[in-house]
Design a protein around this ligand. Structure first.
Ligand SMILES: *Cc1c(COP(=O)(O)O)cnc(C)c1O
Length: 351
């Protein structure tokens, strides 16, 4: 830390992303929940065409993409805005809907970025424990008087709430915004977007990073009633009106035109998840019931850290969390059938 850093010691605790090794082709990379499938070829062409016009600024209103999203999810373009990844939209949401008076609430085991943002914006935060089955209990979120952040399905557990459960949280917090961060929803959970019509306190945040093979392109989108979106837009336009660059906007447009390709890939991943879970079961693992593109799994004879280390020695990267309550587990991204089989072979040899 330099003497110029304006932050007090310990005030910030930066997010630590999963490893992105330089020699990535040496590894089977199952540590950051990326898609194993490449973008559709048209996406690559769209980026090349957009690059020809990169001397011009991109469209700060992102109108074409908001129209595309309205075509897929219903509603009108005023119900949508986009971010440089959903992480940026989460940051906008903290700035728009939390402050000294309005605190935040989220689960003790959930997406690590919430606590990073909570510290960055000095938000008073209530941490709500998961139940003994690692589930979010909707009743624990009734009338908290805070802005609520829920990853659904939750990460790194993979467990999802039903749409009815989400609805009960919305109904129990009519005077506060409830943010449903559904990064993994396309792998099988119930989508919260249809609830936007009914609840003016619901903000649904989505990403192209997991189900649409575009983690490197950094595109996320938010859906809510126009008044909430307008608040996010005020924040967005106060920070960076050009937050989604023209190459990513062109790519995202092409992605949404080939939405079926991506949703088909999600089905393949979901099938591989069921297969992986069964095989892990047979090897004595306990795996939480996931509706995502990863499994959260533990074995009585090897710790999460040991399994992570051993797999790394065999050129397979998974994620391990050195945190209370979950350090027995590894989070393993579900890849192609070939990747799953290679993983299982190595796990058998380790055991
Ligand atoms: C991966 C992930 C994100 C971040 O996605 P980006 O769009 O790549 O920023 C947000 N929330 C959850 C729960 C995630 O797992």
């Amino acid at each position: 830390m330099s003497k110029y850093f304006s932050r007090k010691q310990g005030e910030l605790k930066a997010y630590v992303p999963g490893e992105q090794p330089r020699n990535v082709q040496k590894f089977i990379k199952l540590n950051t929940n990326e898609s194993p499938f490449p973008p559709a070829p048209e996406v690559v062409n769209a980026v090349a065409a957009a690059a020809q016009k990169a001397n011009l600024y991109c469209d700060p209103t992102m109108l074409k993409l908001r129209e595309d999203l309205a075509g897929i999810y219903g509603y009108t373009p005023e119900y949508f805005t986009l971010g440089n990844g959903s992480d940026e939209l989460l940051s906008f949401a903290f700035l728009a809907f939390c402050n000294q008076e309005i605190g935040a609430a989220y689960a003790d085991v959930t997406y690590g970025f919430y606590s990073v943002l909570s510290r960055l914006y000095a938000t008073d935060t209530k941490i709500v424990p998961l139940d003994a089955q690692y589930c979010i209990n909707p009743e624990d979120y009734a009338g908290l008087g805070r802005t609520i952040f829920i990853a659904n399905p939750n990460a790194p557990t993979g467990i999802a709430l039903t749409r009815l459960q989400i609805e009960s949280i919305l109904q129990a917090n009519p005077d506060n915004v409830v943010i449903i961060d559904q990064a993994y929803v396309d792998f099988g959970a119930e989508c919260a977007i249809p609830l936007v019509e009914k609840y003016d306190n619901l903000l649904v945040i989505n990403t192209f990073s997991k189900s649409r093979s575009f983690a490197g392109g950094r595109v996320g989108f938010a859906v809510a009633q126009p008044a909430l979106i307008a608040d996010l837009e005020t924040v967005r336009n106060s920070i960076n009106p050009y937050n989604v660059n023209s190459l990513s906007q062109a790519a995202a447009h092409a992605i949404l035109q080939h939405n079926d390709y991506y949703m088909q890939n999600c089905k393949v991943v979901a099938r591989n998840r069921v297969y992986l879970t069964k095989q892990l079961d047979a090897l004595g693992f306990t795996t939480l019931p996931s509706l995502t593109n990863f499994v959260f799994t533990k074995h009585s004879s090897i710790s999460g850290e040991q399994l992570y280390q051993k797999l790394k020695e065999h050129a397979i990267l998974v994620r391990y969390f050195d945190a209370p309550g979950i350090c027995d587990f590894c989070r393993i991204t579900v890849g192609t059938k070939e990747q799953v089989d290679a993983l299982l072979d190595v796990i058998r040899s380790i055991l």
